[in-house]
Design a protein around this ligand. Structure first.
Ligand code: FE
Ligand code: FE
Ligand code: ZN
Length: 277
């Protein structure tokens, strides 16, 4: 099964997201669990969620890949920011259980001058505080471009975080193609090699989702500027190889490309065309 979708606005609720996904030709999607800049989350409405769950079942949706707000930094230097981030994380995990068995992706964090080792230790600690045995959601660490003091700039940093987590079956990784490219992993010349390296360092069994983005910038630029599929430095031919790669078979592919609705619908249609069943 090929699961493809884009980021969808969550402002009108779950059923609206499901309908929007169908309109775009998607069978999975990403959404912000709350305003991407942070702040209070919208109330969960059981009836709305139930309608969505029926729609998702009827149309054989794959797993959703929810996205934590960008501002959620669980390794911030200031304790109050860290505490706020942890509360947001816990609240989001409660909300995620309304739609059981999906993914909650987050940016590991920015260590803001404390050094990545200190950042990694804090992230591991918070994960051990927020993950619960009885949750059905899997939390995903996103591979980062290495902009500023981002933690998760290479596979080793993500491995180090995973090593600290007690409930290992509750965590995984989401690979962002723009981020790994910007982080210096040459998926254009050596896609197989990069995925082999991922397997050796993190383990492909921990790879749960892909953010399918082209990049505006060259390999190793650490910039994190997404481009439309096929219009950036990664290019359409490599994107075709990515969605058809046997190691990525069955994963949800999420577009975070600079598009409007028509653009996403066209991109999704193009990718379905490029995917070989
Ligand atoms: Fe992200
Ligand atoms: Fe991403
Ligand atoms: Zn990005």
């Amino acid at each position: 099964m090929f699961y493809i979708g884009s980021h969808i606005s969550s402002s009108k609720g779950y059923e609206a997201m499901g309908k929007q996904a169908l309109k775009l030709g998607a069978n999975t999607f990403a959404f912000f669990t709350r305003n991407p800049r942070g702040g209070k989350a919208k109330e969960m409405i059981q009836e709305d969620v139930d309608k969505f769950l029926r729609l998702a079942e009827e149309h054989s949706f794959g797993k959703l890949v929810a996205h934590a707000p960008y501002t959620m930094n669980i390794c911030a230097a200031k304790e109050d920011i860290r505490k706020f981030a942890k509360e947001m994380f816990m609240d989001d995990l409660v909300r995620m259980e309304y739609t059981p068995g999906n993914y909650y992706n987050f940016h590991p964090g920015s260590h803001v001058g404390q050094g990545s080792e200190a950042g990694i230790a804090m992230i591991g600690q918070v994960l051990n505080e927020v993950l619960r045995e009885d949750m059905t959601t899997t939390v995903l660490l996103e591979t980062m471009a290495g902009k500023g003091s981002e933690v998760g700039r290479n596979f080793e940093e993500l491995r180090a975080i995973l090593d600290l987590v007690s409930l290992k079956e509750k965590v995984g990784v989401c690979l962002d193609t723009c981020h790994v490219w910007d982080g210096g992993y040459d998926i254009v010349e050596n896609l197989d090699g990069v995925l082999e390296e991922f397997d050796q360092v993190i383990g492909l069994e921990n790879l749960k989702a892909v953010h399918l983005n082209d990049s505006m910038n060259p390999l190793g630029s650490h910039k994190d500027r997404h481009e439309k599929v096929g219009e950036g430095q990664i290019g359409k031919e490599v994107m075709t190889r990515i969605i058809n790669h046997p190691s990525l078979n069955g994963l949800p592919f999420i577009l975070e490309t600079p598009n409007d609705d028509a653009g996403w619908a066209a991109e999704i249609a193009m990718l379905k065309e490029m995917h070989r069943d």
